[in-house]
Design a protein around this ligand. Structure first.
Ligand code: MG
Length: 186
């Protein structure tokens, strides 16, 4: 059985969308960062919840998922976001830089095609706030074809909650149990 991945988005998941007054939730702390290629004189405000680092590490200590950033922060995820949460560097999916004006140029999440290429036939749990019904249909079809696939979709105004990671944990434990049954019957 191939490795199972945990794909993690950042905007709308670890960084909730600010409210109309430009503030993040009470649970989050404002940070200023300068993404690669940005003017250092114009840092970008982001809101992070420090408990997210230990929550993710707790999950990864319990289940054998390989964490991968899947975000338009790309390599900056491991430089600017992960360290602020106490996370080690994770690899990231190469999403390319498509010229798009919507996150669903074909009705589904723009990241999905590069994600499919990245995953091949590997099982995956994917946390992103921006899936459409076509993405959920895709995930169900992929799972029915025999490749365990889970989409978890936080509310972008609230971001990642413990319950989302519980869903991933339960899915990964089921996957482990299924794999060990396969091993036992081999
Ligand atoms: Mg997002």
């Amino acid at each position: 059985m191939s490795v199972a991945f945990l794909l993690i988005d950042i905007d709308g998941v670890l960084i909730p969308f600010p409210d109309s007054a430009g503030h993040g939730p009470e649970t989050h702390t404002r940070h200023l960062v300068v993404p690669t290629g940005y003017d250092p004189a114009k840092p970008v405000p982001i809101w992070l919840n420090r408990t997210h680092g230990p929550m993710l590490l707790g999950l990864l200590a319990e289940v054998p998922l390989a964490p991968v950033w899947c975000t338009s922060w790309r390599g900056d995820a491991s430089i600017l976001i992960g360290p602020a949460l106490g996370l080690p560097a994770f690899p990231h999916v190469e999403l390319g830089r498509p010229k798009i004006t919507t996150s669903h140029p074909n009705g589904y999440l723009w990241k999905r095609d590069p994600v499919e290429l990245f995953l091949g036939t590997a099982p995956a749990a994917w946390i992103d706030d921006d899936f459409t019904s076509l993405d959920h249909t895709w995930a169900v079809a992929r799972a029915l074809s025999g490749i365990p696939t889970l989409l978890v979709q936080p509310d972008p105004k609230v971001g990642l909650q413990q319950e989302h990671l519980e869903t991933v944990r339960a899915w990964a434990l089921d996957l482990e149990a299924a794999n060990s049954r396969l091993r036992d019957s081999a």
